[in-house]
Design a protein. Structure first.
Length: 683
């Protein structure tokens, strides 16, 4: 076993696996096999006399933890404590919580439970949900716990009225949680740290239990996780951490790159091993990535290398706009499929989910099946379906499904009982559902306040119904967002999720404005109102969703979701200033810009064989046309590694002036002379 565990390892990997004693920092570059090294190091420790029950392995996902645990079990026939931070702390807190007044049988509150309790607390304190959104408060409480802030410490840091309000709610929330004998997910780590801080004998017990600690993805740890690991390791100092500062991309959710950057200050006697051999990408891709990331100051220098010398140059495509960008990418996906690449071999990365919309529209028209990882397809997103719901009831009074969708969206206090009373009225009087709304004052089963709320909503719908023939669709949408309170509700939520929803709504304006620019009535459509024509146009798109299920589908995702994955062919779109790096990333601070650059580095190093970088000279995004410069990241890669595709319209590298690619029943025609592309469908 001792010999076999080192088989196939390169010199740096062998050194990491066999490191004798003391703290060890492993800087594991992208594609260098870090998970394999962690697993092999655990096996090596066991086969060299370390009892399996004295080892703790910590990672971030249950999937990674289970894979490592199963691999160790197969190789050693020993069950090692390998789990996520939260699972580890849950087991410890069950045993040690009573030391600080937490019952051992405490209940765990999930996000929905937290929300319910926060709403109760706000009501008791006299804070209206419309003034202080419970979801925003929940997120602020979670961030406070990530930084180990008690309610009192959080209150001391308050800088404005909103901060003070959140601090009051946090204080009352914690009091309620204690009365209920409950912990939320933030408590699991924070209160385990508190036990260790307040009870030295308890900490000493767990330090003896875990004499060897191994941590994966150390660059992604937040302050609470950092403190937990430092406390546990402070006894024996037998700690191995694996990570890569160049792939630290989660500051927005609390990750602190300083944890890995300062490891040598925390453990001055530590060893450091750099794993720089990449087993994934070609040297062309790695050389571009290496040059890009050297622009960052906050990093530990390294240079990835590979035995896969050479490879295709990186294709750079200057699209005329977001439609041309989408059509170029789609055409390349089809061309590569024709040449033997599967759809599953290829992935499209973008900075934000809102960018997927133009790509989705193009892929739908081509009939190319795709999936969005870590997000929902644009027209399936809740906020888009909600707003389309408003538009549909304006146009179709009889649309009961969408009436029920918008009735309490945003929240108006019209719950299940209210809907049931309206349905009963509709049945008893034999009138359509919308008439039950129009005649709500006759309904004895609905309270006066709810009647007034329904009456006002119905008046708004009637007003929009009367005006929609005479006003543009984007103006109608603006009025819906304002008078319904939908946009205000999202703004007051103050969460990352609500900000993403607002961005998607802004992108919905792009859809409408593109429709206005391009719509030409077809025979039979001459009498359609602008709203009716628009709803018909997006219905044609959304009805193409019934893809045949299978694994050979094109994948799309944000760059933040890409970490840990790899694909033979990678397309990164939106390579423009203000898009990527994002507006905040390029304007606010050097730290923000460096994180954006690390995000680009992560995207580039996902590619195994072929990389495309695409930018648009102009882009309709969030309802506004932008004219951005190409991303600075493009200039930070060596020019001799880039291969420029024709700008404005894709020019195939063939002698002929036009070319047609066929996939299934779809033909894509490229016409250089007219500088445009057309999609042809067989009759």
């Amino acid at each position: 076993m001792n010999d076999r565990i080192l088989d196939g390892l390169n010199p740096a990997q062998k050194e990491a696996v066999t490191w004798p004693a003391g703290p060890l920092l492993i800087i594991a570059g992208a594609g260098s096999g870090k998970t394999r090294i962690l697993t092999h190091r655990i096996v090596y420790l066991i086969t060299h006399g370390v009892p399996h029950f004295q080892i703790l392995g910590v990672t971030f996902t249950n999937k990674a933890a289970n894979e490592m645990k199963n691999r160790v079990q197969r190789l050693t026939e020993r069950d090692v404590w390998i789990s996520t931070f939260h699972s580890t702390c849950l087991r410890i807190l069950r045993m040690e919580g009573p030391n600080i007044g937490i019952p051992g049988n405490f209940v765990i509150y999930d996000e929905q439970d937290q929300l319910t309790l926060i709403k109760e607390v706000q009501k008791e304190l006299g804070f209206d949900d419309k003034q202080v959104n419970p979801k925003g408060v929940r997120e602020r409480i979670q961030r406070a716990k990530d930084f180990l802030q008690t309610p009192y410490q959080n209150a001391e840091k308050a800088q404005d009225y909103y901060d003070e309000t959140v601090a009051k709610i946090y204080m009352a929330y914690e009091k309620k949680m204690a009365e209920l004998g409950a912990c939320d997910f933030g408590d699991l780590i924070m209160k385990t740290v508190f036990v260790f801080d307040q009870k030295p004998q308890v900490l000493q017990h767990w330090q003896e239990r875990f004499r060897h600690i191994l941590v994966d993805e150390y660059q992604d740890t937040n302050h609470a996780q950092y403190r937990l690991i430092k406390l546990l390791a402070s006894g024996r100092r037998q700690i191995t951490v694996v990570g890569d500062p160049d792939q630290s991309i989660y500051a927005w959710r609390g990750a602190d790159i300083r944890n890995i950057m300062h490891f040598e200050k925390d453990y001055p006697d530590c060893g450091m091993i750099k794993m720089e051999q990449n087993y994934r990408s070609t040297s062309v891709i790695l050389d571009a990535a290496n040059e890009l990331i050297t622009r960052n100051e906050t990093r530990k220098p390294k240079a990835l290398w590979t035995e896969r010398e050479g490879g295709d140059k990186i294709t750079l495509y200057p699209a005329s706009d977001e439609k041309d960008e989408a059509l170029f990418v789609t055409s390349e996906v089809v061309r590569l499929k024709k040449n033997g690449r599967t759809l599953a071999d290829q992935v499209i990365f973008y900075r934000t989910h809102a960018q997927s919309r133009a790509l989705e529209d193009c892929l739908r028209r081509f009939g190319i099946p795709y999936k969005i990882v870590g997000g929902t397809r644009f027209y399936d997103r809740k906020e888009i379906k909600d707003l389309v719901g408003y538009m549909r009831v304006i146009l179709f009074p009889q649309d009961e499904v969408n009436w029920k969708r918008i009735l309490n969206t945003p929240a108006r206090g019209l719950g299940k009982k209210c809907v049931e009373a309206l349905e009963k009225f509709s049945r008893d009087r034999m009138v359509p559902f919308d008439q039950a709304l129009a005649r709500v004052t006759e309904n004895a089963e609905i309270a006066g306040r709810a009647k007034e709320t329904i009456r006002r909503l119905y008046q708004h719908i009637e007003h929009w119904r009367a005006d929609h023939k005479n006003i543009p669709v984007d103006e109608l949408l603006s009025d819906i967002l304002e008078k319904s309170g939908y946009l205000m509700a999202l703004e007051e939520e103050k969460t990352i999720e609500s900000q993403s929803r607002i961005e998607n709504i802004e992108e919905f304006f792009s859809v409408i404005r593109e429709f206005k620019e391009t719509y030409r009535p077809q025979p039979g459509q001459e009498e359609l109102t602008p709203l009716a024509a628009f709803l018909e146009s997006i219905a044609l798109l959304t009805n193409l969703d019934a893809w045949v299920e299978g694994t050979d589908v094109l994948t799309m995702m944000t760059l933040h979701t890409a970490k840990g994955l790899e694909f033979p062919v990678v397309y990164i779109v939106g390579m423009e200033e203000g898009v990527f790096p994002s507006g905040s990333g390029s304007l606010e601070s050097i730290d923000d810009l460096e994180e954006e650059r690390r995000l680009c580095y992560v995207g580039v190093t996902r590619a195994k064989d072929k990389l495309y970088l695409v930018y648009a000279r102009e882009r309709m995004l969030y309802g506004t046309r932008h004219y951005n410069l190409p991303s600075r990241f493009l200039n930070e890669m060596p020019g001799d590694l880039l291969q420029m595709a024709a700008g404005g319209a894709y020019r195939p590298q063939t002698p002929s002036s036009a070319r047609t690619v066929e996939v299934d029943d779809v033909e894509i025609e490229f016409d250089d002379d007219e500088r445009k592309r057309r999609i042809l469908f067989d009759d």
